[in-house]
Design a protein around this ligand. Structure first.
Ligand code: ZN
Length: 240
């Protein structure tokens, strides 16, 4: 087709936040593609711990996982801090309490966040011939964020390809997995070493607590993200 840029589908760009899910998605990309870059976003999130974790995780993946080290390439960090000023979310407004809001969605919901993230990622990927966009979105999460749904991302990739004249693919390896299955996938991809890395170096807690290392990793143990992560870990361990 005229005007279509054929991108290399063996070159991936991973939306990498420093949390458990995007770290597992990154491991999946390293296992399945020849060349991998990462992108993170500063968008006024409640705590910046995840951003520090990102760099630690990338360093550890290069140092301790020889099968992946040569595939990990550039990391991009984009400043979208104006995004916070558009939104009224507990994830970006530190004074708000994390609870379930009027719409039935948690107050941590930032409307359209993943639409923005994938669109920015696609601009980077276009210029760097990265045909596969990878994210840790999961439809089976408690939260039901509409921008994490498979159908949303199916339409988004169509829109991006129509609008940019490209043939991107969006890949979400965790989409239909429970949290227990996400731990299992991480173990399949990177063994005990990746489980240790996820426990010690990733951050998922909405409250930014990193004081005590629990079985499932660091966290306050009471926010929805910690509860989900701890429950999934316990379920996975029980099945071993
Ligand atoms: Zn927590």
């Amino acid at each position: 087709m005229t005007g279509v840029k054929n991108l290399d589908l063996n070159r991936a760009l991973v939306l990498f936040s420093g949390g458990q899910d995007s770290t597992t998605a990154l491991a999946h990309a390293l296992e399945n593609y020849d060349y991998v870059e990462t992108v993170g976003f500063v968008y006024g999130q409640r705590n910046k711990i995840e951003l520090d974790c990102r760099l630690e995780i990338l360093k550890a993946l290069k140092q301790d996982f020889s099968k992946w080290a040569s595939k990990i390439s550039d990391d991009h960090l984009l400043d979208l801090s104006t995004f916070a000023s558009l939104s009224n979310s507990a994830l970006t407004d530190h004074s708000q309490v994390i609870t379930v809001g009027e719409t039935g969605l948690p107050t941590t919901f930032v409307p359209g966040r993943n639409l923005f993230f994938f669109t920015y990622a696609a601009v980077i990927a276009y210029n760097r011939n990265l045909g596969t966009l990878v994210g840790g979105m999961c439809e089976t999460d408690f939260s039901g964020y509409p921008d994490c749904r498979e159908e949303t991302l199916k339409y988004l990739v169509l829109t991006l390809n129509h609008g940019m004249g490209t043939d991107f693919e969006i890949v979400t390896p965790l989409m239909w997995k429970s949290k227990a299955q996400s731990w299992e996938l991480a173990h399949t991809l990177g063994g005990d070493a990746l489980i240790d890395l996820i426990r010690e170096d990733t951050h998922t807690c909405y409250n930014g607590v990193r004081e005590e290392l629990h079985d499932f990793g660091y966290g306050c143990q009471s926010c929805p993200a910690c509860e989900l992560r701890a429950k999934g870990y316990a379920e996975w361990i029980a099945k071993l």
